[in-house]
Design a protein around this ligand. Structure first.
Ligand SMILES: NC(=O)c1ccc[n+]([C@@H]2O[C@H](COP(=O)([O-])OP(=O)(O)OC[C@H]3O[C@@H](n4cnc5c(N)ncnc54)[C@H](OP(=O)(O)O)[C@@H]3O)[C@@H](O)[C@H]2O)c1
Length: 403
């Protein structure tokens, strides 16, 4: 029986998880692929670290040495940052290897060119692990997009932020205390900027946009806000209203325009994200035939992420060169609709600054109240009165207010 030879770049949380899963699930992989999967080489940075790796495997800090192996079919990339990851993957593609990556920062920046290069070289690209860890959101989208038209995706895409918001609400902790706990539990890095300022969710949203709509919005036009503005007081206020803060990435297409917003958002009990707690991730996909689908699960960690990579391994080996979504994604999604009015929780603005474009709905506490208006109306008021906070409320909140 012939063998599929794999190189793993990186032997940290993800790389080691992939290595161990290939061994623990060899029987299943062989049954599905009709060939054994063999880890032929592992790339690391620090050759002095102790690692539990079989002596039969080439462990090296030289990628060129890996490329010189007599047979190499798939390169799995699980290192950190844009470089040297993207250069290694380009070399791998040019050498005829399928590639799989877990590296969202690199893929958000270079995914388009890697997909094109792979297409030109008749190899496949797997990137399931770049978005929402173990949740099979990319494969679900690929499958749905064969016939459905996806018009909106919302996601809780950063487990660290969701963990911090959950701790702040459940244990009445401050942002700093909850962040420290996240770091102690290994859910947040020593430098948590990428997570708490929303960049990690931003990269994932751009990857989702490319697969769902075939393109990305202009990065500069994306409204991006992390969770650092959320205080214990705001969380308590929201709770009294039956609402919870979630860091939500929302991406939609209307007409030919893609809108992306990544910011703290209030959800009520009717919304599928209300009960998504701790390090969990969730993705809600709205499409024309099936309606709404919500996927929820672990967004990170050794084995959830390895699961996504292994699913990709099967995908790239079976599909061979299927980089593209099977049909072209529609360029235009119906007419651009008139902007809908939404509910907003507003904090830190004296009521007298509101104008007639929005309706005042309810006082919540001092300088905190609920208004109703379009996003445009609200943004205009707040552009004149910074720094203030306003958060969209999603779900069936209207019925709660009127009850
Ligand atoms: N952790 C998760 O749950 C998760 C989930 C989804 C996606 N991801 C993404 O997956 C990637 C890996 O994450 P991780 O958590 O596994 O990271 P990690 O634990 O920090 O491990 C990184 C690994 O990459 C190696 N490495 C770093 N730079 C290298 C270089 N220039 N050349 C060769 N090897 C290099 C390191 O080598 P040494 O061991 O020698 O230092 C280490 O083995 C990241 O892009 C991350 O965003 C992670």
């Amino acid at each position: 029986m012939s063998v599929i030879k794999v190189a793993i770049l990186g032997f940290g949380t993800v790389g080691e998880g992939v290595y161990r899963t290939i061994h623990s699930h060899q029987e299943e992989l062989t049954a599905v692929l009709g060939k054994e999967v063999e880890v032929a080489a592992i790339l690391i940075k620090n050759k002095n670290k102790e690692r539990e790796i079989s002596n039969a495997i080439l462990v090296t800090d030289s990628f060129d040495e890996i490329l010189q192996l007599p047979q190499l079919d798939v390169v799995v990339e699980a290192i950190v940052g844009k470089e040297p990851a993207v250069s290694y993957l380009k070399k791998a593609i040019n050498s005829g290897c399928h590639i799989i990556t877990a590296n969202k920062e690199m893929f958000a920046h270079h995914g388009k060119e890697l997909l094109k290069l792979a297409e030109d070289n008749n190899v496949s690209v797997g990137f399931e692990a770049t978005v929402a860890g173990g949740i099979p959101v990319i494969q679900t989208l690929r499958q749905l997009l064969k016939i459905n038209r996806v018009h909106q995706i919302q996601g809780i895409l950063n487990g660290t932020s969701n963990f911090i918001l959950t701790e702040m609400r459940e244990k009445k902790q401050s942002f700093t205390e909850a962040l420290l706990l996240a770091q102690e539990n290994g859910f947040a890095e020593a430098d948590p900027t990428n997570d708490v300022e929303g960049f990690d969710a931003f990269y994932k949203t751009m990857i989702l946009s490319r697969i769902a709509f075939g393109e990305e919005p202009n990065w500069k036009d994306v409204e991006l806000e992390g969770i650092t503005t959320i205080t214990s007081e705001l969380i308590e206020t929201a709770e009294k209203l039956g609402l919870r803060f979630k860091h939500i990435a929302s991406i939609s297409k209307e007409g030919s325009q893609i809108n992306a917003i990544i910011k703290p958002t209030l959800v009520d009990k009717s919304h599928p994200f209300y009960h998504v707690e701790g390090v969990q991730n969730a993705v809600n996909i709205q499409s024309d035939i099936v309606g709404g689908i919500t996927l929820q699960g672990p967004g990170a960690g050794m084995f959830p992420t390895a699961s996504a990579v292994i699913e990709d391994l099967v995908f790239v080996c079976q599909n061979d060169t299927n980089n593209k979504i099977s049909r072209p994604v529609a360029n235009s999604f119906g007419e651009k609709k008139t902007e809908l009015k939404e509910y907003w929780l507003v904090h830190g603005l004296t009521k007298k600054y509101l104008n007639t474009t929005v309706s005042f709905i309810q006082d919540v506490s001092d300088e905190t109240y609920i208004i109703n208006g379009t996003k445009n109306n609200v943004e205009q008021i707040f552009s004149l009165h910074k720094p203030l906070c306003y958060f969209p409320i999603i779900g069936e909140f209207k019925t709660l207010i009127n009850a």
